[in-house]
Design a protein around this ligand. Structure first.
Ligand code: ZN
Ligand code: ZN
Length: 664
């Protein structure tokens, strides 16, 4: 090994040292105890002084001092001890040598460790295990594997270290293979190995292997182990099996913050934001203190639901817990306030501490983008460049997205070039989707299609759908039919292409084609995702869906909405019946338009908050053309600011205008 020369040089230097006299006198037990306690509290200087003056003659005490070098990463002392070990003739002592090897490995001195390993006269399995652990910790998987394969015998710890190492390096498949091999040999994995292989299964999103491990865990009695239980619940959640994950959690004899976080994050990531909030409240009731990880999941849940009131409460709790200064928590706050329509609060969370963290800055760029403040996003990006913050693909995605929502086509093209040429970052599908969106919206449909066909990544349904929406905007029915085929081939159950297609035909009054599309939808049993809008008042969320009369104040809302629609008609509103899917009578169309979920939610909001406070509505799909026009009128005649977050962006309606400038 290449460290050999360094090592022999080191030895020859030390053999020149004066030899120590052989002290065989018994060391008083009081001195021994004092020395050991100095080592354990990490008083290295004191301990070493003692060692030199009276203790060193007892070789068994080397280990204490060596062990104490690790937490302080005190390599200089370790080297001094190394020479003492040689001069005192203890280098053939396996116990001491393994301790020394461990210090080098844990301090990242792998060349030194490997050299020592090579000359150790009586190495054993443990020596190899220490070296494997050191290589893995140091990021050198190849050398770890080499040692593993060259070992004449291995024990459970060897296998555990190697399985854990492989999975730590993201080689989930190899890690699991080795784990099965281990099982076949009848070796017992420990809790860390089980934790690793469960993480591996979660990484591969492979429930079957997770279930196999689950069976093994029950058989071997590890199911009551807190770490193993949490990892098991996490594995199920990651694989999308929320119910199974919760069952594991419920069956655990005790819980801790990590276990609670697993369920909260699991629910949040599987789209059950309300369930995540419930679990969060339950966690506090049972006396667990939420940590940084809890806050990140729960704040993201609030942004998913866009429940500002809840979000503000959680923010206050994060401040109380002292977690609000953590970068990850602040990034999620920036995102949450942005998604709830409070860009100023996003800015406040961003500016609160002097910080040059890339995640935080990227979140703020995205927040600007979400609100259509393209210039601010670009300004922030330029500051990032000037301050020398390292940029990554996430930063550029936020930036392109911001350009996209503000219609800044030329700038976006420049940034795309900057990203690939100057920063040599590989664009992902999302980056291309942004570019296709921009090109398509501005009417360059052919150029957008050419980009999809020439990009090095495989197109997905989303990118084709983006182009399809552009076809709708620019009323290119011929191209739309062709593009819709691509979407349907990749995602046959998606209703969006059908709806878009039939909208295009409907706007050209081609009812025969509309019927055709509707028949295809019925035949393939595709259902349109219902539009849902919601509104939060006094910490309660009210949800509206077209035609749903279940709200307790339904009659009142319906009556008020009629009034409102009549009033805006007097001011010049003309219902856009072309955006109705069905070829029914005009009055019927108007009626169904008037009962779109966002209009219902706005009517209810106007009834429930009589003050001049702005109204915040959330919608799961994009706002339709007709509602967009109607809300402009409503904002004018009621003198209200109405903020609508739809599936793609924010619309701030004020005085009959929208912040999106009809660009969405
Ligand atoms: Zn609508
Ligand atoms: Zn708008």
């Amino acid at each position: 090994m290449h460290g050999q020369r360094a090592f022999s040089k080191f030895c020859s230097f030390h053999t020149a040292l004066h030899s120590f006299c052989e002290k065989t006198s018994k060391i008083p037990s009081k001195s021994r105890e004092d020395f050991i306690s100095l080592c354990s509290i990490g008083s290295l200087k004191e301990a070493f002084k003692r060692f030199q003056s009276e203790i060193w003659s007892d070789p068994s005490l080397f280990s204490h001092l060596l062990q104490a070098c690790i937490p302080k990463q005190s390599l200089s002392l370790a080297k001094q001890l190394h020479s003492l070990i040689i001069t005192s003739g203890s280098s053939s002592d396996r116990f001491i040598s393994n301790h020394l090897l461990n210090v080098y490995a844990k301090c990242g001195q792998l060349t030194m460790a490997a050299a020592l390993f090579d000359v150790m006269p009586r190495k054993n399995v443990m020596s190899s295990n220490i070296l494997i652990g050191g290589f893995i910790q140091n990021g050198d998987l190849e050398l770890a594997q080499k040692v593993f394969h060259e070992m004449p015998e291995r024990n459970v710890a060897t296998w555990n270290a190697m399985v854990t190492g492989l999975i730590q390096f993201g080689l989930n498949e190899d890690g699991l293979d080795l784990f099965y091999q281990m099982q076949r040999l009848g070796l017992q994995p420990d809790e860390f190995t089980l934790g690793s292989v469960l993480r591996g299964s979660a990484g591969l999103k492979r429930t079957e292997s997770g279930q196999q491990i689950h069976t093994y865990i029950i058989k071997s009695g590890f199911h009551s182990n807190l770490c193993v239980g949490s990892s098991l619940a996490h594995m199920y959640m990651k694989c999308g099996c929320v119910k199974e994950g919760e069952q594991v959690f419920a069956g655990m004899p005790v819980h801790n913050v990590v276990a609670c976080n697993t369920v909260i994050a699991g629910r949040a990531q599987n789209g059950d934001a309300e369930g995540a909030l419930d679990q969060f409240n339950l966690m506090k009731l049972t006396g667990f203190r939420p940590d940084q990880i809890t806050f990140v999941s729960i704040i993201s849940s609030c942004s998913e639901l866009a429940t500002l009131g809840q979000g503000q409460q959680v923010h206050a709790q994060a401040i109380k817990a002292g977690a609000d200064s953590e970068v990850s928590v602040r990034s999620s706050l920036v995102n949450m306030y942005s998604k709830c329509g409070c860009l100023d609060d996003s800015k406040r969370a961003f500016l609160e501490y002097e910080d040059l963290d890339i995640v935080l800055w990227s979140s703020m760029i995205s927040a600007y983008g979400f609100h259509g403040h393209g210039q601010e996003a670009i300004g922030l990006f330029e500051r990032m460049e000037n301050e020398g913050i390292e940029l990554n693909d996430v930063t550029f995605l936020g930036l392109l997205y911001a350009c996209c929502h503000s219609g800044l086509k030329e700038q976006a093209a420049e940034f795309f070039k900057l990203m690939t040429e100057k920063y040599e970052l590989q664009p992902r599908l999302e980056h291309y989707t942004c570019m296709v969106d921009l090109l398509g919206r501005s009417g360059c449909l052919d150029e957008a299609e050419a980009l999809i066909r020439s990009m090095p990544v495989k197109p997905d349904a989303v990118i084709w759908k983006t182009l399809l929406s552009a076809c709708k905007i620019h009323r290119n029915a011929e191209m739309a039919s062709r593009i819709a085929e691509h979407v349907l081939r990749l995602d046959p159950g998606d209703s969006a292409p059908y709806v878009l297609l039939s909208n295009i035909h409907a706007s050209e009054k081609k009812w025969g084609d509309v019927t055709e599309v509707r028949r295809a939808m019925r035949e393939r049993k595709v259902k349109k995702e219902p539009g849902i809008s919601w509104f939060e008042v006094k910490n309660q969320v009210h949800q509206f869906c077209m035609g749903d009369q279940s709200h307790p104040k339904w009659r009142e809302i319906d009556a008020y909405l009629k009034e409102l629609m009549a009033e805006i008609k007097e001011h010049g509103y003309v219902p856009d019946t072309a955006s109705v899917l069905h070829d029914m009578e005009v009055e019927e169309k108007e009626h169904s338009l008037a009962h779109h979920s966002e209009k219902l939610a706005i009517a209810f909001a106007l009834l429930s908050i009589p003050s001049k406070a702005p109204i915040r509505i959330m919608k799961n799909l994009r706002v339709c053309n007709d509602c967009h026009v109607a809300i402009k009128f409503i904002s004018k005649i009621t003198v209200r600011e109405i903020i609508v977050r739809d599936a793609s962006r924010f619309h701030h309606f004020k005085d009959g205008e929208c912040s999106c400038s009809d660009y969405w």
